[in-house]
Design a protein. Structure first.
Length: 189
């Protein structure tokens, strides 16, 4: 059995919400403990789906230009101090297993993220958080989301590389194929 596109899309949509991202972090306690305030978690977590970072790039002509880069992760989870309303130095990157993606592709997305974030960068923040100081982190962490249908070799690879992963239970995801079979036939057909 293979991972379906609807599984990926449903998970991406789900973890784009900060409450669902917090629920995801609850499944991996070391990352849950990185939330600055568990009393005010809604003010402590910023989620950015399909994130973009801005990096300074030297141009041959007039000095320094800014280059926008879309990271290969699916969701960035940024920690924020709820008192000071500033981003802290911890960033967690969620990589959701995509259809037709093998271990080298999944791991390669994390490695590419590490390479792109090796130099100074700033976040292209969602409108609600644009007022926030958004420079890069002190430390970046990966979190992989896999499914029951994910091949065993990917699970073994993540374990062997000592990378944290969560197996997503798709109780909230309704497969589109099931919906199509349950839909009443059109009277015009």
């Amino acid at each position: 059995m293979t991972v379906k596109q609807s599984y990926y899309e449903a998970s991406l949509a789900e973890y784009s919400n900060h409450q669902a991202a917090i629920a995801l972090l609850k499944q991996y306690r070391p990352y849950l403990e990185m939330i600055p305030s568990l009393r005010r978690p809604n003010e402590s977590v910023i989620t950015i789906p399909l994130p973009i970072v801005l990096r300074k790039a030297t141009s041959l002509g007039n000095g320094i230009a800014t280059e926008a880069t879309r990271l290969p992760c699916d969701v960035a989870i940024l920690m924020c101090d709820p008192e000071w309303k500033i981003k802290t130095g911890v960033e967690i990157f969620v990589f959701i297993h995509r259809p037709q993606e093998d271990f080298s592709d999944l791991l390669g997305r994390w490695r590419q993220t590490q390479v792109w974030l090796d130099k100074d960068y700033e976040w292209l923040m969602p409108p609600r958080y644009q007022h926030m100081f958004s420079e890069g982190a002190n430390t970046i962490y990966p979190l992989f989301v896999i499914f029951a249908e994910t091949p065993e070799r990917i699970k073994r690879g993540l374990q062997g590389a000592y990378l944290p992963f969560i197996t997503q239970i798709l109780n909230t995801v309704v497969d589109e194929e099931i919906l199509e079979t349950l839909a009443p036939e059109s009277p015009l057909a």
